[in-house]
Write a protein that binds this ligand. Structure first.
Ligand code: FAD
Length: 361
């Protein structure tokens, strides 16, 4: 019997597997495909990412450094509001390579990570959980004292366990054009229903155009209008789901969810790489396989770490649907140099932000 079975080797699953293995626990992780594939993510993250990656990863993963954003509240004809810092705010990274680095770090720490193994069934028993897994050699069964569902927005573990879904699932679309762009600003267009469209310069890797919308919105039409306005025809398109708003609970008797499966995402950007890995660390620090009651400690720990910023993130997102003139006024208040942390919207009211705004008041 394994201490912890991890389902999914994305950032959340690999981080969790690594940290648990570092504690000396017996960890087995299953990934349904090849780690990192297929790509469905911008890989635009705060510089905190380097606290979670192995030594030297920055040189291998970094595509471009970002110092600010231009917000376009009324589309291309409107005035753009610039938010910036003198130093780097965020990084554009090779997301496929990130997942590979994290999975390799988990293996180095002693966790077993099996690719091409899909979890197709889960049964919770009194003293263990059994997973049914489809791999190259057919169906196999595995027992763990605990199971971690790190299997993304459409989590099978969540469904099999009967845990509630995140509040909302957005539909994200990406496309790429090849011309190198090393500019240090991303563009954010508040021109799609209840979310935004973006342009990200990815250095030598080209330029990414993307957007996300709630279900029901005509995502492909919105994407076509957006890229037409830039006069580009991006290729290598891909898409994925983005959960917004974690459910009321992400734990059951011996099962817990981490990352997108648990809605550990920023409601105002959809970003979940760092929230998922932060929650994975909370789990690795609190759970005890011999005592499933410790899952309650994990639930408390991740909420203490992330819930305040998620609440504030919902408020920021509500601003995307505000009338254009109100958006202009609100952005005008904060425009210019900023002290806000990209993952922590609660820092809108921090001393750093006040200090950055003081010269303009
Ligand atoms: C268009 C788009 C752009 C985005 N841009 C950003 C961004 O710039 N920055 C950011 O921080 N976030 C971004 N995100 C969100 C980010 O991709 C996710 O938050 C992040 O991938 C979550 O990591 P995870 O490990 O929880 O889930 P995932 O990365 O989805 O990993 C889950 C893993 O589980 C595997 N799996 C699923 N089911 C099974 C099964 N039954 N058995 C075995 N394995 C299984 C999957 O193959 C996958 O590898 C974006 C998302 C989208 C859709």
């Amino acid at each position: 019997m394994h201490d912890v079975l991890v389902v999914g080797a994305g950032p959340a699953g690999s981080r969790l597997a690594r940290r648990l293995a570092e504690r000396g626990l017996d960890v087995l992780a299953f990934e349904q495909g090849t780690v990192g594939e297929p790509l469905a993510c911008s890989g635009h993250v705060s510089t905190d990412i380097w606290e979670f990656t192995p030594e030297g990863a920055r040189e291998r993963l970094l595509q471009n450094t970002i110092r600010g954003a231009r917000f376009h509240p009324e589309g291309f004809d409107g005035e753009a509001h610039r938010f910036h810092r003198d130093e780097q705010i965020s990084a554009v990274i090779d997301r496929v390579a990130l997942d590979r680095e994290l999975a390799e770090a988990a293996r180095q720490a002693g966790a077993a990570v099996r690719e091409n193994h899909t979890v197709v069934g889960l049964t919770e028993r009194r003293d263990h959980v059994e997973l049914t897994v489809r791999g190259p050699d057919g169906l196999t069964h595995h027992r763990g004292r605990l199971v971690a569902g790190c299997d993304g927005p459409n989590s099978r573990v969540r469904t099999e366990t009967g845990l509630p879904d995140p509040e909302e699932l957005l539909h994200g679309v990406l496309g790429f054009s090849d011309e190198p762009d090393h500019e240090a600003f991303v563009d954010v267009h508040l021109t799609v229903p209840r979310f935004f469209a973006w342009r990200i310069p990815r250095g030598e890797a080209g330029v990414e155009y993307g957007l996300a919308t709630p279900p029901g919105a005509a995502v492909n039409e919105c994407f076509g209008e957006f890229t037409d306005a830039y006069d580009v025809e991006p290729d290598r398109r891909c898409s994925g789901l983005i959960p917004i708003g974690p459910p009321s609970t992400v734990t059951s008797g011996r099962v817990f969810l981490v990352g997108d499966a648990a809605g550990h995402n920023k409601p105002f950007t959809g970003g979940g790489i760092l929230y998922g890995m932060t929650a994975a660390d909370c789990a690795a620090e609190t759970i005890e396989p011999s005592d499933p009651a410790t899952l309650a400690d994990y639930e408390r720990a991740w909420r203490a770490e992330l819930a305040g910023d998620i609440r504030m993130g919902h408020l920021v997102r509500a601003g995307y649907s505000a009338p254009g003139p109100l958006q202009h006024t609100l952005m005008g208040l904060f425009e210019g140099e900023i002290g806000v942390h990209m993952d922590r919207p609660t820092t809108l009211f921090s001393r750093e932000q006040l200090r950055a705004m003081l010269p303009r008041l």
